[in-house]
Structures are given as C-alpha cells and as structure tokens.
Design a protein around this ligand. Structure first.
Ligand SMILES: NC(=O)c1ccc[n+]([C@@H]2O[C@H](COP(=O)([O-])OP(=O)(O)OC[C@H]3O[C@@H](n4cnc5c(N)ncnc54)[C@H](O)[C@@H]3O)[C@@H](O)[C@H]2O)c1
Length: 448
C-alpha cells in the first residue's frame, strides 16, 4: 500500500470517527430519508439529494411527506446541518455518497435501472479521489461492478479510477443493501445488521466504518455481487414462502381447514420453521419486484429461476382469487358483482403504512370496476388516490359510516386503527383476506 493511499484512507476513517465526514444521500424516499435522519442523529452533516423539487422544498422548510417521519425529526436533523438540494455539483463537497433511488420493473417486467444510471451519470462529473460511493438500491448481482463503477470512471473529467486494490488511488465504490421493513417496530433500525461489499478492500473498510457509526453490526462480504445477491436471497425467500402459504390456504379452504390455525400450530416448533401468512397478493416496492431482477439476470447465464417464476404466478393470481371468493359470497346472497356496492378497506400494501406501491388493493379495485361493481374505499393514510404507473383510480376516501349500504365490505389491508368488531356488526357481508376478524364469531364473515 502506498503511503498516500494509507494516509487518505486513515483520514477519511478519522473524519467518520470525529463526525466531520460530510454525507450525501441521493434519493430522499422511504429508504434515503430515514437513513439521512439516522446519520444526522449521530451528528453527521447530511445533504439529501433529490430530483423532486417539492420534496426538496418540503424538507428545507422542516416538513415531512412520509407519515411515520414527523416534521420535528426533520427539524431536529436540520440542527445537525441537514438540508436537501437538487444541485449535483454539491456532490463534490461530500466525503461519502449513498445512492437510494428506485429500482422498478419496466412494462416488459424487466429491470429498469434508469434511476440508478441517471443518478450515476449526474454524480460522476463531481466525484473526487478517496470519496466513498455506496449503492443501496436493490438490484441484480453485477450492477455495482458492471454498471456503476464503469460509469463513474467514464463520466468524470479527471480520468479518476475506481480503487480496486489497497495501493490503487481512486474513488471507493461499494454495495450495501437496505433491509428496512416499514411498519415493523419489533427491531430498531440500528439493530439490523448491515451487509457491505466493496469493489476493493479499502471500499469495504470505509463503508464498514461509515455504517459502523449508525448500525451495531456490519457484515463484510467479499464483493458487491455477494452483497447484491444476499439482498435478493432474502426477498426471494419471503416471496417463495408467501406463495407457499397462499397456495396452501386455497387447499385448506377446500378441505375446510383454517390455514391460520395451522400456521399458529406450526410456528410453535422452535427450529426449522418460520411463519409466513397468506393474503390478497404481494405489494410494496420489494417483494413483488426484486425477484424478477434475478430472473432477468439469470437468462444471461442460460438459467431459469423456476421457484421465482412459480411463486410469482401464485402471488400474482391472489387478487383474482379474492375476486372469485367475493363473487361466490355475493352469489350465496343472490347478488352479482355487477351492480353491487363494495367498500374496499385499506389501500396500503400492508398494515399501518402510507405506501401503496404495487398494492393488491389497486388491482382488486380495478378488477371490481371492470366487472361493474360500484367501488368505494377507506384508508386513513390516503385521503385520495389518483393514478400511478399501473393504475388509474381517481377516488376519494369514503368515511366509515353507514356500512349497511354496501353489499360487501372487503378487508384488503388490516390497519390496526380499524374497529373490526364494529365493522362486522354494521356490515351485511365482510370478506376478510387478512384474518383481521380473527376471534369474531359472526355469520356475515367470509374469510379467504
Ligand atoms: N421502501 C422499502 O421498504 C425498501 C426496503 C429495502 C430496499 N428498498 C430499495 O431501496 C431503493 C429505494 O426505494 P425507496 O422505497 O426509498 O424509493 P422511493 O421511491 O420512496 O424514493 C426514491 C427517491 O429517489 C428520488 N430520485 C429518483 N431519481 C433520482 C435521481 N436521479 N436523483 C436523485 N433522486 C432521485 C425520487 O424522487 C424519490 O424521492 C429501491 O431500490 C428499493 O428497492 C426499499
């Protein structure tokens, strides 16, 4: 290792230790903003970068646009120097830059890396030697090495290289997956171990020092690809297991067995079993999307990821299964979906969060409308719903009164603020896709 590279590494580590290191976080969304607050809480001066002008001005005026993040938390961070900007030239003043931009699928169900490549193209002209650049966006193995690193090298005007060995000067590049589970308060964020894999040993060391300042445990792996793949394994594991219980639920219903009672019994086993729960279909930015990043990449290696495809097929089918169950329940009451008034409870993709990305509720509402139902919705987190990449609803939240006017109330998201006993009491028919009415004994409940 050259003396200068030793010195510059030590200098950045010291800046991290003394909290003098300036941290830039690109993408002030569900991942980037909480991360910025964690670093601010540890007295780092953080700059948040985002292309959305409304988010930048909201943050700079001490406001928040994520329900679970209070404006007071933003104002507290501002006292440690937190501010937001859309000006990428400020990247030059940062010691570490963490990229948390979206990684969706395109209309052909293939990885859409345009947010990542757009970000990297924007920051490349402003990077400097010994800066640490970390990608956190979930993606397929190879993205950091094959796309991010070469783009940074090609896009900066000084011929700066990515440092791949200890004695090579340059910019340090690593991948570290985000493992946040929104709405899950059982584990504090700093107690979730942070996996890091650098393009070179110095990058791994620096990323470990950086995250070590806010996470109790950092897990080093040998390359960015291992870190990228580990995140996909975690999400595919969930996706496949959810598909398994969704399929078993359908069998149990035919057999007259309560799948939830089965899971409750199975999870008493102290080893070798983890409980997953059936539902109306997958939602969120991660589980319905990330596995297909790997399926796509696998084709390059002439490999079919059959578990992912099967799980995807079962989970994608769940909203259709819900519609079929609702149709049957209405039929039993001499009604059809066409012309029925249906209230959908919950738009968010899961309980107690304000995120409706890929939510099965959106698909269910569209399917019901296509069949001629008169659909209303209630969700305390969404006063209105407009249109997005995959839906066009333009609806306003209906108050939870006069429930008897609906032919059916369909529970799609089991928000904890709902009084399920009262809902069951006031409704003609309740179709429950989440076991939210567990323990309530009433003839007007259909669980599916
Ligand atoms: N939300 C989660 O719970 C979660 C959990 C684990 C991993 N992830 C992964 O983290 C990544 C980010 O997800 P998210 O939920 O925070 O997304 P998000 O949509 O909430 O936030 C992304 C932010 O990036 C901004 N942005 C887009 N392009 C930009 C650019 N070129 N420059 C600057 N800002 C830009 C957007 O305006 C937005 O504010 C994704 O890869 C996701 O898969 C998310």
């Amino acid at each position: 290792m050259t003396t200068s590279s030793v010195n510059s590494l030590a200098l950045l580590k010291e800046k991290i230790e003394t909290r003098e290191a300036r941290i830039g976080i690109v993408g002030m969304g569900y991942v980037g903003l909480p991360l910025a607050l964690l670093f601010s809480g540890e007295r780092f001066r953080v700059t948040g970068f985002d292309v959305a002008a409304d988010k930048v001005s909201k943050l700079n005026s001490g406001g928040s646009y994520i329900v679970r993040i209070l404006p007071s938390a933003i104002q507290q961070a501002q006292k440690s120097g937190f501010r937001a900007t859309a000006d990428y030239s400020e990247i030059a003043a940062m010691d570490a830059v963490i990229i948390c931009v979206p990684t969706p699928l395109n209309e052909h169900h293939e990885p859409d890396l345009s947010y990542v490549t757009g970000t990297v193209a924007s920051i490349a002209p402003h990077i400097h030697p010994d800066q640490l650049i970390v990608l956190e966006s979930t993606t397929y193995p190879g993205t950091t090495e094959e796309i991010v690193a070469p783009m940074l090298e090609a896009g900066n005007p000084h011929g700066l290289k990515v440092a791949r060995t200890l004695d090579q000067p340059g910019v340090h590049v690593a991948f570290s997956p985000e493992r946040e589970d929104p709405g899950n308060d059982t584990v504090a964020r700093h107690d979730i171990p942070k996996v890091v894999g650098g393009c070179g040993p110095a990058a791994t060391e620096l990323a470990s020092a950086l995250y070590g300042a806010i996470f109790r445990r950092v897990v080093q792996v040998s390359s960015p690809s291992v870190a990228e793949m580990s995140k996909l394994l975690e999400n595919i594991y969930r996706c496949v297991n959810i598909a398994l219980v969704n399929e078993l639920k359908q069998l149990c219903m035919r057999m007259g067995i309560d799948i939830h009672e089965v899971i409750d019994a199975a999870k008493t086993k102290p080893f070798g079993f983890q409980a997953f729960y059936p539902g109306p279909g997958l939602g969120g930015h991660c589980i319905p999307i990330d596995p297909f990043y790997l399926s796509w990449k696998a084709k390059e290696f002439d490999f079919r990821t059959r578990f992912i495809e099967l799980a995807g097929a079962i989970n994608t089918d769940m909203p259709y299964f819900v519609i079929a169950q609702l149709a049957e329940a209405l039929n039993d009451r001499s009604r059809s979906i066409k012309g029925s008034k249906i209230l959908v409870l919950g738009l968010a993709y899961k309980r107690d969060i304000d995120d409706l990305r890929e939510s099965p509720s959106l698909t269910i509402i569209e399917l019901l409308r296509a069949k001629g139902a008169l659909v209303a919705y209630n969700d305390p987190y969404f006063p209105t719903v407009g249109h997005g990449r995959h839906y066009d609803l333009n609806m306003t939240c209906t108050p939870l009164d006069n429930l008897a006017q609906y032919d059916a109330v369909l529970i799609v998201t089991d928000h904890s603020t709902y009084d399920y006993r009262a809902i069951v009491k006031q409704s003609k028919l309740v179709v429950d896709t989440r076991n939210a009415t567990k323990g309530i004994d009433a003839k007007n409940i259909v669980r599916c």
